[in-house]
Every structure is written in C-alpha cells, then in structure tokens.
Design a protein around this ligand. Structure first.
Ligand SMILES: [Ca+2]
Ligand SMILES: [Ca+2]
Ligand SMILES: [Ca+2]
Length: 271
C-alpha cells in the first residue's frame, strides 16, 4: 500500500469511528486505532479500580476511626458518671458534717446562754450580800473562822469540853477534833485562858513522861522558848509520879499524876 493510500485509509477509519460514536454505535476496534482505544480503556479501568480501592480504604479507615471514637466516648461517659457519683457522695458527706457542726454550734450557743444566766444570778446574789454585809457587821453576827462553840483568840480556836478523863484520853479526844491539848505560847494567851478556866482545873498539852524534868509541848513548841506559869514550888514531881501538867483553880500550872481525871482544853489554828 502506498503512503497516500495508508493515509486515506486511516482518515476513513477515523471518520467511521467518529460516525459510529455519534450514532451511539460500538466502534469497530480493529487495526491500529482499535488497539489504541483498547489501551486507553484499560488504563481508564485501572484508574477506576485504583479510585475504588482508595475509596474503600478511606471508608475502612473511617469505620475504624468511628469505632475507636465510639469506644473512647463510651469510656469517657463512664468516667463522667463515676465523677458525678463521687461529687454526689462528697456533697452528701459535706451535708452530714455541716449538720454536725450546726448541732455543735447550737449546743454551744445554749451553753453560753446558760453561763450568761448563771453569771447574772451570781452577780445578783453578790449584790444582795453586799447590801446586807454592813447590817450583819452592826449586829455583831459577823462570821467567825472558828467552829461553833469554840472560842477565838488571835490565831487560835479553843474548846472546853464538859467531859473529864485522864491526860492521854484528853489528848486523844482533842486529836479526834483535829486539834491538840492547849499549848500556852505567851503571856497574852495565858491571861486569856485564865479568864475562862478559873476556878476549874484543865489538862494542858505539857508533860515530862518521856524524860523527867524534860518538859515537852504537844505541838512541838520549844519549852524553853516560851514563858512558864508554874504555881509556886511546882513542878515538884510529887512521889516521883507527876508527869502531866494542868491549870489549877487559879489558872497556874502544876504537875500531877497523868491518870487523874480532869477536864481539858483543846486548841487549833483558826482558818
Ligand atoms: Ca497556843
Ligand atoms: Ca515528872
Ligand atoms: Ca506537882
């Protein structure tokens, strides 16, 4: 075939192809043009396949992502629920503590109120006492620091029981009253006691039982450090058997047998 014929043949085939495409007919795929079209179609099919695969892959990724997000969301939802529960529990606990605090506060307020009331009562009583004090002083009813029926002189209280007994019994009786047998410490005390004792005789807390002529006061007062008021010629330790001292009918001291029964005088410090 000549070159001119080949060209004309190709032109003819192209025209026929276009004509068939315009008419919606399938082109005749033979010769060089048919081969080229088939190749193009194959390439198009490969590209389409790749696009489909790409789409499928994207879709798969989307599904995986969605599932994963769904799981994360579910987990977060669960944690949120737990958090809400804990917050609720906290609120509940806070309410209990608040109620307890409120109760304590109310109790304290009541106690403060009661204390205020008590203070008012004390102040009122104090005011009444203060108003009555001058009258009591005037009536000579002022409170004495000695027990009832005890005489007071300076810092001491004195008791003159009506019963009698020996010296040791008297000593014991005074001790039971939280006191001791009379101890004469000075002139003033001797004068005061003498006024109350004469003409009766009373045991006093002085003896030389432990050692002859070694006189001892019951409360430990030093015998030699205080004045003595023995009657004339006493102490004489008559019959070598006089170891306890007493006040005679003139209020002077004498030693006598300790088993003699006499009244006695107890003494203790005033409060
Ligand atoms: Ca005394
Ligand atoms: Ca004696
Ligand atoms: Ca004597």
């Amino acid at each position: 075939m000549s070159e001119q014929n080949l060209y004309e043949n190709s032109e003819y085939q192209l025209k026929e192809y276009k004509q068939r495409r315009t008419n919606g007919q399938k082109p005749v795929e033979d010769g060089a043009a048919g081969t080229s079209i088939a190749k193009k179609k194959k390439v198009q099919q490969i590209i389409f396949g790749l696009l489909v695969l790409s789409l499928l892959f994207s879709l798969l990724c989307l599904i995986i992502g969605t599932v994963k997000n769904s799981m994360i969301y579910s987990e977060m939802k669960e944690q949120q629920h737990k958090l809400m529960m804990e917050i609720s529990q906290f609120k509940s606990n806070d309410s209990a503590i608040y109620r307890e605090m409120k109760e304590l506060q109310d109790k304290l307020m009541m106690e403060i109120s009661q204390l205020k009331s008590n203070v008012s009562e004390v102040q009122r009583a104090q005011s009444i006492l203060a108003s009555k004090l001058p009258k009591l002083k005037m009536n000579n009813h002022f409170w004495t620091p000695c027990p009832k029926n005890w005489a007071r002189f300076n810092q001491s209280c004195y008791y003159f029981p009506s019963s009698s007994g020996n010296w040791h019994f008297a000593k014991q009786e005074c001790s039971m009253l939280g006191s001791h047998l009379l101890v004469i410490n000075n002139n003033a005390e001797q004068i005061f006691i003498k006024k109350l004792s004469v003409p009766k005789m009373y045991w006093i807390g002085l003896s030389d039982s432990a050692k002859e002529r070694h006189w001892q006061w019951e409360d430990g007062t030093e015998y030699d450090s205080t004045p003595h008021f023995w009657a004339s010629g006493e102490p004489n330790d008559a019959f070598n058997n006089e170891d306890c001292a007493h006040l005679d009918d003139k209020g002077q001291w004498n030693d006598i047998n300790c088993s003699t029964k006499l009244n006695w005088i107890c003494e203790k410090n005033s409060v």
